[in-house]
Design a protein around this ligand. Structure first.
Ligand code: AMP
Ligand code: ZN
Length: 507
């Protein structure tokens, strides 16, 4: 997989990067703790089932953040964990372990479940051109460190043992800390919402959360500890692994919006409770949800389809199959902090939009300079377009704005290809570098050989024909423009005019 070209020095553009920090709820200028190094931790998947497209959206969001930071010249250590123990059904402290449950139902070893779905996750990440992180640690690989962190929390007076389990004392912590700062939840409000569930009577307060749980015999994964043979609480692994690999205070922590509470709120409490460090995370980034008809895509809703179903179109919600790059592009057309609703018309529009971008990029490979003698106008300054592209990314990774800027470059390419716009070789090279940087390295878009998109040569031919037709229209030669459209239609190629140029589909 192509990693973005990473320069040796930090780009001047880095000085203007602003990140929407979900802790301060403000856009803040990005200043790493130890430039040129940047530490980023993102909560990874719980590997008990196939990932669905909602999960892909979150990992894509952080892929673009990772790619952009690399592009700016930062040396990024990107840690994305694999949750292979401790995540209980209902995200609660009393359910069954999600992986243990799957192992029980399918008569497998828990580690067999973990391996199967970790492999699937990696396949899906590759399919969508999502780069691997620098470190991908597992919760089960860090039991010793988790026990150690619990001991520190108890020593500092924020944890207590009850019947072999250990809980975090939220009220005690809140006496001196702002518990709820990230999620905006208030303790009293939480207390009203939290029912005392079975088994929770060992907690001093229902809002406390588990750091360690004593396991009963039916629990498949268990380890010895000073308190009992048991297993760690779900939130603990991320506190432990982020501290181990990035330090007690680090730059960026990400995850899906649904993890803000309780998972991330509890992580902050654990880190502060163990290390006494104020602000363990400098910038919190939360990716918003992929929805279907306004409802969060999830396994339990039955509206979550897998990438395989997406490609084959083999799901009741899909009118046809869509390529991974189409989906990547569709997701990038929305800003990560807003919800994005999946629909067939939106995917079909993304398919056409992507094709317009990619065919201009292909045209660019062999584009020849056009002299100002024959052209009607001069090409705009490409450096200007590039500045706007950086400004878009610097504005909290605004990929939709970046795509709009790239479409301006597409117009230039098409006008040059039709001979209408003058450009020299230097201008063409600047355009090529613009696409390399922004479409390939930062947005992670790749050419695909799919049936729907046609092969390279067909696409190249189509781009030339469309450029000629655009030229005819510019010259008000409607007869030629219509003739081209009609003759193509006879061949089963449908041309559609849009405000940014023509696109085509094959019958
Ligand atoms: P899980 O495997 O459930 O721990 O989820 C892995 C990641 O996917 C987490 O960061 C979740 O926030 C994220 N996620 C789950 N559902 C969606 C969705 N519908 N849209 C976007 N992200 C999601
Ligand atoms: Zn986490």
């Amino acid at each position: 997989m192509d990693a973005p070209h990473s320069p040796n020095a930090i780009s001047d553009f880095a000085a203007n990067l602003h990140i929407g920090n979900s802790l301060s709820r403000k856009k803040e200028r990005f200043e790493p703790l130890n430039a040129p190094y940047v530490g980023m931790y993102v909560c990874g998947p719980t590997v008990y089932s196939n990932v669905h497209l909602g999960n892909v959206r979150t990992f894509l969001t952080f892929d673009v953040v990772f790619r952009y930071l690399l592009h700016l010249g930062y040396k990024v250590r990107y840690v994305r964990n694999i949750t292979d123990v401790g995540h209980l059904t209902g995200d609660s402290d009393d359910g069954e372990d999600k992986i243990g449950k799957k192992a029980r139902l399918e008569n497998l070893e828990p580690m067999e479940v973990v391996q199967r779905y970790t492999n699937d996750f990696h396949d899906v990440m590759r399919m969508f051109n999502i780069l691997p992180p620098s470190i991908e640690p597992t919760a089960t690989g860090h039991i010793v460190e988790q026990i150690d962190m619990i001991s520190k929390i108890i020593e500092n007076g924020y944890g207590y043992e009850a019947n072999g389990s250990v809980y975090f004392d939220v009220r005690k912590f809140a006496e001196t800390h702002d518990y709820g700062a990230l999620s905006g939840r208030r303790i009293d409000e939480l207390q009203n919402q939290t029912r005392a569930l079975d088994g929770q009577d060992e907690k001093r307060d229902p809002i406390d959360f588990a750091l360690w749980k004593k396991a009963d015999d039916s629990h498949l994964m268990q380890w010895p500890s000073p308190w009992s043979v048991g297993f760690p609480g779900w939130h603990l692994e991320c506190s432990v692994m982020s501290t181990k690999y990035l330090g007690q205070s680090f730059d960026i922590h990400g995850g899906g919006m649904d993890l803000k509470f309780p998972h991330h709120e509890c992580e902050i409490a654990q880190n502060m409770g163990a290390h006494g460090q104020a602000d363990p995370v400098r910038y919190w980034i939360h990716g918003n949800m992929l929805t279907v008809n306004g409802r969060k895509m999830s396994k339990s809703e039955g509206n979550g389809f897998t990438p395989d179903e997406l490609i084959t179109g083999n799901h009741k919600l899909l009118e046809k199959g869509y390529s991974p790059m189409t989906v990547r592009f569709f997701m990038l057309q929305g800003h990560y902090a807003g919800t994005l609703d999946f629909s067939n018309p939106a995917l079909q529009a993304a398919e056409k939009g992507l094709e317009r971008l990619m065919s201009a990029w292909r045209l660019l490979e062999d584009l020849k300079p056009v002299s100002s003698d024959s052209a009607q106008e001069a090409a705009p300054d490409v450096e200007d377009i590039q500045k706007r592209a950086y400004a878009a990314m610097n504005d909290d990774f605004n990929t939709p704005m970046l795509i709009a800027v790239l479409y301006d470059a597409v117009k230039v390419v098409n006008s040059v290809a039709s001979g209408r716009m003058a450009i020299d070789m230097e201008g063409i090279q600047s355009l090529q570098s613009l696409f390399e940087r922004f479409a390939k390295d930062i947005l992670g878009l790749q050419h695909e050989d799919t049936q729907a998109a046609g092969d390279d040569r067909t696409d190249g031919l189509m781009a030339v024909i469309c450029a000629l037709r655009a030229e005819a229209k510019t010259n008000k030669d409607w007869a030629t423009a219509d003739l081209i459209r009609d003759r193509l239609a006879e061949l089963g190629v449908n041309i559609k005019d849009g405000k940014d140029g023509a696109s085509w589909t094959f019958d």
